[in-house]
Design a protein around this ligand. Structure first.
Ligand SMILES: [Zn+2]
Length: 367
């Protein structure tokens, strides 16, 4: 590992000069990138400046944790962190990953939860310590036990150096906006660390999402995020915790695409609403951070128009590849960095912010 890291470092230095010299210049934006090849680290350059790219939507698991729940065997190889992950990052042009783990432990009882989460967060911290230039991570927590989850978040951040927390879009069928979870949000606000929200579909809708099209994910995931964020807005969670910084996967689901309808709901049907919010729903939407995993330049430009370029970060969804059907010439292979470099109409400053500047500020990463 050490040998390889040194090799990567040398390669990167050698390539940096080539990139700045103009190799691979892209379009009017002046964004350039070195092509990936075996053993090389892709360098992303925008406007002549090397950009440290940060992927905020990077999955992993810690070996042994599922076994603690009696739910083994452990993670598939692509979810573990090792040389293959670094190689994939190098090829994709990702300098830093903000690691998170999709919750599979929200049903764990109060006795096991402290040991499980401690081991898991220590595992994350060890990965980061071994590769401090390539990884930061987000604390996991047993949100089904909210007071404990708040302690786990605090311990993860203050003792283990984790950069925030991660949550699912619900805890079973319980909404994140439930007052029961306020201690967790209060701690995140107090620590001034962001919380990454990643959905896992809407199991209650499984019968309607069966059939052709991978709808349980394609529709289910953005829908789960949309429901979660809408409740956090309308139940007043974001009013109670005005300093809370949320970062949602998959472009924030459908919410940024149709948020204006939320502004008109309570005026149209006041009997369906329980009380006024401090701001319009769309004002809260603009407070959100979201990843750019929306697949087209048109969709990314819409996110920039709604939220501003300062709220958007890279999301690769690694190791879950989003790709076209093999041999389908109508669709290019989706590549998270190229998606941002190739979207027309963004300024160099926009691209630099989305590629890494925003995430570096949000997660305390020095670039
Ligand atoms: Zn994901």
């Amino acid at each position: 590992m050490l040998t390889r890291r040194h090799f990567i470092g040398r390669t990167a230095s050698a390539l940096a000069g080539m990139a700045v010299a103009g190799s691979g210049v892209r379009g009017a934006a002046g964004a350039a990138v070195q092509p990936a090849s075996e053993g090389m680290r892709r360098e992303v350059v925008v406007g002549g400046r090397r950009v440290t790219t940060v992927d905020v939507h990077a999955h992993c698991e810690i070996p042994g944790i599922r076994e603690m729940m009696g739910a083994g065997p452990g993670p598939n190889a692509p979810l573990t962190i090792g040389p293959d992950r670094l190689r994939a990052m190098d090829e994709a042009g990702i300098d830093v990953e903000v690691l998170s783990i999709n919750p599979f432990w929200y049903g764990v009882d109060r006795d096991l939860a402290p040991r499980l989460i401690r081991a898991q967060n220590e595992g994350l911290a060890e990965i980061c310590a071994a590769n401090p230039e390539r990884f930061v991570a987000l604390a996991t927590s047993s949100l089904q036990h909210p007071e404990l989850a708040a302690e786990q978040l605090e311990e993860g951040v203050t003792e283990l150096g984790l950069r925030g927390g991660s949550v699912g879009a619900s805890v079973g069928v319980e909404e994140l906006a439930s007052r029961r979870f306020d201690p967790f949000w209060a701690t995140a606000e107090e620590l001034d660390v962001p919380i990454f929200l990643h959905p896992q579909g809407v199991p209650e809708l499984a019968p309607r999402l069966e059939g052709n099209g991978f709808l349980g994910n394609v529709i289910g995931n953005p829908l789960a995020t949309t429901i979660a964020l809408s409740h956090l807005i309308f139940e007043g969670t974001l009013d109670r915790f005005p300093g809370l910084r949320l970062c949602a996967a998959h472009g924030g689901g459908y919410l940024p695409s149709y948020a204006d309808r939320s502004d008109y709901g309570c005026g149209t049907r006041p009997a369906q609403c329980t009380g006024p919010l401090a701001q319009l729903p769309t004002d809260y939407v603009r407070r959100l951070y979201v990843d750019a995993l929306v697949f087209s330049g048109t969709a990314l430009r819409h996110l920039v128009a709604v939220l501003g370029a300062g709220q958007i970060v890279i999301g690769t969804d690694y190791p879950f590849p989003w790709t076209a059907t093999p041999d389908d010439a109508r669709l290019p292979r989706f590549q998270a960095v190229d998606h941002i470099l190739d979207t027309p109409g963004l300024s160099d400053a926009d691209r630099i912010a989305i590629l890494g500047g925003n995430a570096a500020a949000l997660f305390g990463i020095s670039v």
